[in-house]
Write a protein that binds this ligand. Structure first.
Ligand code: C5P
Length: 224
């Protein structure tokens, strides 16, 4: 018999970079590929979970995963909210734009003769992880990601508290081969009282480490 510690658990993941429209043909975004979120979705499904992947990425859909495609942070929040009640474990792996254009032009913005500068006013996006954290139920488990360039531990623990998360996966930017677009990653896992460092590994192996940590914390290990 296979090892299915996540059987009966519903996991909702966010993945990819949000796209924030400027006009009908342009948008603001970032370099996140979505690979880490997709790797977790795939491994979680293999461990028996019922997985919903709320994604902006065009990567191939993982098998037997319910994929919901959206573009902006607002759409991502709506999609996450619509499965809030039934979700046991949330994993917020998306790189959500902090700000979006305040107004979306209905027509393509034209370049104007003699106009060499333009300003696009931005407004703050909703924080999806924090919104869900604020209404988290005691049975729900929330995992966030953090990418810090300084005071890593302190900032990650600050986020854990502020967003009411149970665990934060800290991506090390210092490490060659870690983070955006790569197939490898080097992480530390942080909860309220400890930090565990992992080696540089493939995103598939990193996904397994993250899920194993969740399984241990939730005491879901039934057979080894
Ligand atoms: O605050 P910061 O962006 O560093 O936090 C990162 C964590 O919060 C990630 O898990 C990310 O997916 C989530 N987040 C979010 N909505 C935002 C910003 C971040 O869900 N608007």
């Amino acid at each position: 018999p296979s090892y299915l510690p996540l059987k009966g658990k519903k996991i909702t993941l966010t993945a990819g970079a949000t796209r924030e429209a400027i006009d009908p043909v342009r948008y603001l975004t970032n370099h996140s590929s979505g690979k880490m979120g997709y790797a977790i979705a795939k491994e979680a499904q293999k461990l028996g979970a019922e997985v919903t992947l709320i994604s902006t990425s065009s990567l191939t859909n993982p098998e037997n995963v319910n994929v919901v495609k959206i573009a902006s942070a607002d759409e991502m929040l709506l999609a996450v909210d619509s499965v809030f009640q039934e979700t046991d474990i949330f994993i917020f792996a998306a790189a959500v734009a902090d700000y979006r254009p305040l107004e979306v032009a209905t027509q393509k913005i034209k370049k104007e003769e003699g106009v060499d500068k333009m300003v696009i006013e931005l407004t703050k996006n909703p924080d999806i992880a924090a919104t869900i954290g604020a209404k988290k139920q005691s049975s729900q488990f929330l995992v966030g990601f953090a990418l810090e360039t300084n005071n890593e531990l302190e900032n990650a623990q600050g986020k854990l508290k502020k967003k009411n998360l149970d665990m934060i996966v800290l991506n090390s930017l210092q490490e060659k081969g870690a983070g955006f677009g790569h197939d490898t990653n080097k992480i530390s896992i942080i909860d309220s009282n400890k930090k565990t460092d992992f080696e540089l590994k493939s995103k598939t192996e990193v996904a397994k480490d993250i899920l194993k940590t969740i399984i241990d914390k939730l005491e879901l290990r039934k057979n080894p």
